[in-house]
Design a protein around this ligand. Structure first.
Ligand code: C2G
Length: 453
């Protein structure tokens, strides 16, 4: 008897799951289906799973395709099951190609093409429909977003838009999306929620058009280049009862929030200074180096460095001063932004042509927090005091490249869970647009110190 095994969460059971089980069964005589526990899903970084385990098992059972259902609850179990149960073929959808090749030592490994057009729950109507996601833009971040979106339950990447249809087609085919479009209206008709990953200067216009048509929007940073535009978008989102979120991924990472909470709970006394730095030596041919108008270090990384400053000191600074070192084409290779708040100071440093220590230091009257690079992913930080022997060390959980947390929050807010909106507030997002606006003015007028490098 040829035994086939496959595993999954099978949340909001849909056509994709059904088709996979059906084809898996056809490969052999006996199909074993492993259903993941909530605990294991959390551990492997799958977020936002909605149906409880028993319901997910029931749905697999009701498909009538499984000869045996088992529970998957730990890393390494697949090897155990395959050997213990004498399995000949391991099956998984094509979104996992390559990942399970290590099982070839034990049995045949088959990746079946995933079903792109999933929508309703085929066994029973679900309270939460699967959100159909469209991506605007096909640049560097879009594939990373897609890779992370598969760890978030309840959302299905369905379509991609690029005004150059050929780019949309290439992207859509490569990442197995159901649709690709060069026509914006057509694109919107096929999606409920949109991720905007296009060039900076196009964010506002795309976000406005999506919100006007009642689509939920997750927009890459910077959201807009002026306060007026940012305010307008948030007002529009409210009027249309849609969710608008700025995609500054750090804000949604669990460790970052923990660090902010510790900074604010008095452990280090009153916060007097926040210094945040993000630098990456960048290939001279890349957009951020060559785009004279919208390139440069601050527009690339400034949202990250401003985030802890506004989170900890509030959005109302008394003064802001920009200094920087620009390249011949005018973009900033290195930027320093000094803020003065009523009772505190802050400094944002960003670089694409200058490398510095990428750290975040939050200085207080009793001690300080140090988060080393890459603090924007917040995998670890320490709290230190005058007494060098007294050190508190934190290593929060962080999975994948972090985008899954913002995607999970986006989905959960669309599903009516507004309690998380403190991760990045509207006020913080608008205040960031304010700094971007003043930064652009200062760069244009060269009113501050802009030295050529
Ligand atoms: N699937 C599919 N088409 C879709 C969605 C999912 O063919 N549109 C497939 C997946 O590739 C997977 C199975 O259906 O093989 C179950 O998918 P999920 O419930 O999302 O579970 P997943 O996170 O893929 O589980 O140990 C767990 C497994 O390794 C992966």
């Amino acid at each position: 008897m040829k035994k086939v095994i496959t595993y999954g969460t099978f949340d909001l059971f849909h056509e994709g799951h059904y088709n996979l089980l059906k084809r898996a069964k056809e490969l052999g005589d006996y199909l074993i289906v492993g259903v993941t526990t909530e605990h294991y899903d959390l551990q492997r970084g799958k977020l936002n799973v909605i149906d409880p385990l028993l319901k997910r098992i029931d749905n697999v059972k009701n498909s009538g395709l499984a000869d045996e259902i088992i529970i998957e609850d730990h890393e390494g179990q697949k090897q155990e099951d395959i050997q213990k149960m004498g399995v000949s073929i391991f099956v998984e959808g094509s979104d996992w190609v390559g990942i399970f090749d290590y099982l070839k030592e034990y049995c045949e490994v088959v990746y079946l093409e995933r079903t792109p057009d999933i929508s309703s729950s085929i066994l029973r109507a679900s309270q939460y429909p699967i959100l159909q996601l469209g991506i605007i833009g096909t640049g560097r971040i879009a594939p990373r977003f897609l890779a992370e979106a598969k760890y978030v339950s309840g959302i299905n990447a369905r379509a991609v838009y690029n005004p150059h249809e050929i780019s949309a087609r290439k992207f859509g085919e490569k990442y197995e999306l159901e649709y690709f479009f060069g026509d914006f209206e057509e694109f919107l008709q096929h999606v409920d929620v949109v991720y905007i990953a296009s060039p900076h200067q196009t964010h506002y216009e795309y976000a406005r058009r999506c919100l006007e048509r009642g689509r939920h929007v997750l927009c890459e940073k910077p959201l807009t280049f002026t306060v007026k535009e940012a305010e307008e978008l948030y007002v529009l989102a409210e009027a249309k009862k849609t969710i608008l979120m700025e995609g500054i991924k750090t804000a949604y990472c669990p460790g970052f929030m923990q660090m902010m909470n510790i900074a604010k709970n008095g452990t280090i006394g009153e916060i007097k200074d926040v210094e945040a730095c993000f630098s990456r030596i960048t290939n001279p041919r890349l957009r951020e180096m060559v785009d004279e108008e919208y390139g440069g270090a601050f527009l690339e990384f400034g949202s990250y460095t401003l985030l802890p400053i506004f989170k900890l000191l509030g959005c109302h600074y008394e003064s802001v001063e920009f200094t920087g070192i620009s390249a011949r084409n005018g973009i900033d290779l290195y930027s320093k932004i000094h803020f003065r708040f009523k009772n505190a100071l802050a400094l944002s440093k960003t670089g694409i042509g200058v490398k510095s220590e990428g750290q975040l230091v939050i200085a207080g009257t009793k001690g300080y927090i140090l988060a080393e690079s890459p603090w924007w992913l917040t995998k670890s930080f320490v709290v230190r005091f005058e007494d060098p022997a007294k050190v508190e060390q934190y290593s929060p959980k962080f999975l994948g490249d972090g985008l899954r947390y913002e995607i999970a929050d986006f989905v959960s807010r669309i599903n009516g869970n507004e309690k998380n909106s403190y991760f990045l507030t509207k006020e913080e997002s608008i205040a960031m647009a304010g700094v971007v606006e003043r930064f652009m003015e200062s760069r244009k007028e060269k009113v501050f110190c802009w030295g050529n490098m």
